[in-house]
Unconditional design. Structure first.
Length: 91
């Protein structure tokens, strides 16, 4: 089942739909000073940006924790949201 991520509220809220085929919508609010947007270059990638690295890391953790898989073998069951890289975005 493909996970659908919708960014609402001007980049302050992420709605995750269709995780494991569930009808439940997971709503994750970003912490103050953090914005989220979809990547232009890569499909199925969210870019979280902000001035405080602690708040941006915690916002990424909130998104990841909202889609944790319980009671399954995580070596085989790889569905979810993961952090692929972190660092400074050069402009």
């Amino acid at each position: 089942f493909p996970i659908n991520a919708t960014i609402t509220n001007g980049g302050k809220t992420v709605e995750l739909r269709n995780f494991l085929g569930e009808k439940r919508v997971r709503v994750v609010n970003m912490l103050p000073g953090v914005k989220v947007e979809k990547s232009n270059s890569t499909k199925d990638e969210l870019v979280i940006s902000g001035t405080d690295i602690d708040l941006t890391s915690r916002s990424a953790a909130l998104i990841r924790q909202s889609c944790l898989v319980k009671h399954k073998d995580i070596r085989k069951f790889l569905d979810g949201v993961y952090v692929s890289e972190h660092g400074v975005i050069e402009e």
